[in-house]
Write a new protein. Structure first.
Length: 496
């Protein structure tokens, strides 16, 4: 008797749920020819009941949806792509509540307390950006660092170095800061505030993750120290060439052929350079100052109001020897290598080759200085000392494209599928369409010839003869480049 009562309750539940679904479907059919209702935008985690591999994949919602007076936090996708049928996968999706089309689906919805949906677009949450947060405090001589308001936080590319910050913010009254929407990559983060010594950390922002980095800045001394860096060109002979007056407070010993002298700020320093030096049997004569000094005054007097770097340039004291210096602007390099002085007998013809790195978008733009044009390689005649500049483009980062599925156009037994490149990601894209019947698990690929860029519309005519006795088809536009692939939203094509 008890079992019959339970069975009766179960049958009634099925009847009520079926009635609600049919009523919802009837209202939708009255307002639209589409079998889908109620748009949904949500995120969640894909999972499946481990009791059987035949159980459906479901999505545990982060927010859920209210429908017919009930709140549902579990979705039963009617068309989850095998690519996303992975337990534990975090996804975001656009969908619509779907009419229930079978008794089996009704039973699954009752068992899992789920609402059936038809997915129109889905993506992995792992492709999202990350965020950075933390606190900046200052040492004020006490045992407890105090929060530093208005401290500057700057993020620089770990690949390009401290050129311009890619992201920046300042701390609030409590010394707290937060930067959202940071692209997943490696960075150098710098915390600074006037009157304090800045602090630097190397970090890595991971997709869909929040990284916390705290800083404790030291107060700058009342009488801060500054550094005078002296070098020679060529060969780095500073310790044997320069005399300083007054003597520095201290030296940094770097073993790089330079002088690193430490002075109190606002000290006036007199630098005397040797008029002549000898390197490997060749004599060189002092000619001029480079860096943060100019002219040829010798001795040279500088005010140490900040860190300064000064180079003494020496030219060969022989009409038979000429110096070649090569400078590079941009992402490439040269052969001979740039950044050092190359010495040649006068009249020597030197071939210089611009070398491109293996980076997307890298391009050699031309020569400047004592050379011109875009020919590569070039030959320079060393009839005098030369300074040649090789100019390259900045590297261009390639990212996966963005694509949109457009409405199709049908003409008899043929249909024209259309798509649009929203963003090409930095290079021309190859495109194709995926098409399938609702009952198919695998997509059929229809390739499109050519390459396409941002805002380009692409299409292909596809025959429908192989889809006899099929009521509707699903299709979507896809695009790919060297960085990855993108798929547009799924659209439905009615055949009857």
């Amino acid at each position: 008797m008890k079992n019959k009562k339970i069975l009766s309750i179960f049958v009634v539940a099925i009847f009520i749920f079926t009635s609600i679904s049919v009523a919802a479907g009837a209202r939708e059919v009255k307002n639209s020819n589409d079998s889908l209702i109620r748009p949904i935008n949500d995120t969640g985690t894909v999972y499946r009941d481990d009791s059987s591999r035949k159980n459906p994949f479901l999505i545990k919602a982060d927010e859920g949806v209210d429908y017919l007076g009930l709140h549902f936090d579990t979705y039963l996708p009617m068309n989850l792509d095998p690519e996303y049928s992975q337990v534990g996968l975090r996804v975001g999706f656009n969908a619509r509540i779907s009419r229930i089309i079978s008794i089996r689906t009704i039973l699954q919805c009752i068992y899992y307390r789920a609402i059936p949906i038809f997915i129109t677009d889905i993506w992995r949450l792992g492709d999202e950006n990350g965020s950075l947060n933390g606190r900046v405090s200052g040492e004020e001589g006490s045992h407890f660092p105090m929060p530093l308001p208005d401290a500057k936080i700057e993020l620089f590319s770990n690949k390009l170095g401290p050129i311009d910050p890619l992201y920046e913010t300042t701390t609030d009254d409590g010394g707290q800061y937060e930067i959202n929407g940071v692209k997943a990559d490696q960075y150098i983060v710098v915390a600074s505030k006037q009157g304090y010594e800045s602090q630097t950390e190397e970090i890595e922002i991971k997709p869909d993750d929040s990284l916390s980095v705290n800083f404790i800045l030291k107060k700058q001394p009342v009488d801060p120290k500054v550094e005078l860096t002296l070098n020679t060109e060529p060969w780095g002979m500073a310790p044997q060439v320069f005399e300083l007056d007054p003597e520095p407070l201290d030296y940094k010993h770097m073993r790089d052929g330079k002088i690193h002298a430490i002075y109190n700020v606002s000290t006036e320093v007199r630098i005397t350079a040797s008029e002549e030096i000898e390197i490997e049997g060749e004599k060189y004569v002092f000619e001029r100052w480079l860096g943060e000094a100019e002219g040829n005054d010798n001795p040279l007097t500088v005010m140490m109001d900040r860190n300064k770097s000064i180079t003494g340039y020496y030219r060969p004291n022989s009409t038979e020897i000429c110096a070649l210096n090569i400078e590079v602007v941009g992402c490439g390099t040269t052969d001979p290598i740039p950044g050092i002085t190359h010495l040649y007998p006068k009249g020597t013809e030197v071939e210089i080759t611009a070398l491109l790195p293996e980076m997307p978008g890298a391009e050699f733009l031309g020569w400047d200085g004592d050379a011109e044009g875009t020919e590569n390689p070039i030959t320079v005649t060393m009839d005098s000392c030369k300074h040649v500049i090789a100019i390259f483009s900045d590297p261009q980062e390639i990212v996966p494209p963005k694509v949109e599925t457009l409405e199709s156009e049908r003409d008899g037994d043929k249909v024209t599928l259309k798509g649009k490149i929203l963003k090409d990601g930095g290079e021309a894209c190859t495109v194709f369409f995926e098409i399938k019947r609702p009952i198919d698990r695998e997509w059929h690929i229809v390739e499109v010839e050519g390459k396409y860029n941002t805002d380009d519309v692409f299409s292909i005519s596809h025959t429908l003869n192989e889809y006899n006795f099929v009521f509707r088809l699903h299709y979507r536009a896809c695009a790919s480049n060297s960085a990855g692939q993108s798929k547009g939203q799924i659209k439905e094509l009615r055949l009857i």
